[in-house]
Design a protein around this ligand. Sequence first.
Ligand code: UD1
Ligand code: CA
Length: 457
Amino acid sequence: MPSADRLAIVLAAGLGTRMKSAHPKVMHEVGNLSLVGHVLAAVKAAEIERIAVVVGPDMADLEAEVARRAPQATCHEQTERLGTAHAAMAAGPAYADAPRQVLVLFGDTPLITAETVARVSAGLETGADLVVLGFETDTPTGYGRLLTTNGSVTAIREEKDASPEERAVRLCNSGIMAFDGRIFADILSRIGTDNAQGEYYLTDAVEIAHALGLTVVVETAEEDELQGINTRAQLARVEAEFQTRARARAMAEGATLVAPETVFFSHDTRIGRDVVIEPNVVFGPGVTIGDNVRVRAFSHLEAADVASQATLGPYARLRPGARIGEGAHVGNFVEIKNATVEAGAKVNHLTYIGDARIGAKANIGAGTITCNYDGYLKHHTDIGAGAFVGSNSTLVAPLTIGDGAYLGAGGVVTEDVPADALALGRARQVIKDGMGASLRTRFAAAKAEKAKTGDGG
Ligand code: UD1
Ligand code: CA
């Protein structure tokens, strides 16, 4: 009894020789997410019930990424890299029960959207046996060309096998195809290696289906969405396209980007309404920004939560685990790591706060450092609400500063400070009357002596 499910096979084996990399090609990242992670996200969002990923041998990191991004997916090893049809066959156990539909996607085509995946799948519901997703481009070099007669596709010709006339065709194969589950295994078994590269080409499925009298249909989407990545230059091009879309989405959802082309997002950046993002801001993975936040120029954020009304930067650095409370201020050259800055607190200048809590409305003076690491372990610093930490304080963790405590400037604070106490952790100042003037006289005389003997300067 055939399965009623749809199966997506994502082809992801190989290092991609032209990447010149030791890592699987699909583990390179766009918007700080692996290429295969993008494809899996689109397949999941399109609600394709089953996912099989074809990986190469010894690709534990890729298998871990698949488990992270799509825990329901199965991984199948293609032991030798003999072409895209051979790769699809490696997923044999996944389609042995003849799923209702089999979609094949490439792990190196990360900008494909869930809508397009759904559209290709829906194409099969209207009577087609095979749906091919193509795109029009002015720069078809490297892609398979879709050959058509009287409006229907008869074959896909790979660049290396194409005649000059075929190379002039601008309608290209994206690599995404959807098969009626009843024909998939049979068609795959008919694909051979009689081509310029001696590989099993999945693209031959079209010519075979055509010859069998089956209905092959082309769906199209924009080139921007279907660009494949074979080189680092293409990776950069796709990154640029990803950023263009992310910027447009942030603005459409109510954020002001003063210079959009200088702001860089990650795949999972979440930005509230009426947020202003000044030029040259980088969002690493895992950042959430509440409403009415201002992110000033040259700030760098990753794995951080910023509540509404807060202001950051210029030149703020939020590292993983930074949680910035409502209306808090994090100013220039301030680094926050694994620390909570509670509502209304201010950390405005030249400061490192790591493994800490800064209570509501506390004020942290310029140059404050939490000494959180002793070379072996990390320690926590807890600063109470409304505390005042004087400039250039060195807070040696573990340390607790009570609510409303007041720390004089320049202290090396090693002992807990009770609430509302004053702590002075520095040497007492000494005054010597007239000594400044006499020092000056002595130094001037020494300089004059040096000049006389000729080695002054
Ligand atoms: C392929 C298509 C081409 C299409 C282009 C779209 C074939 C023969 N060619 O060419 O028509 O225009 O993509 O981007 O299908 N892979 C495996 N095992 C293999 C070979 C490939 O898993 O043995 C995977 C790769 O990891 C990659 C995908 O399949 O994600 C496509 O392979 P790639 O070598 O990049 O094919 P292209 O030459 O780009
Ligand atoms: Ca490719």
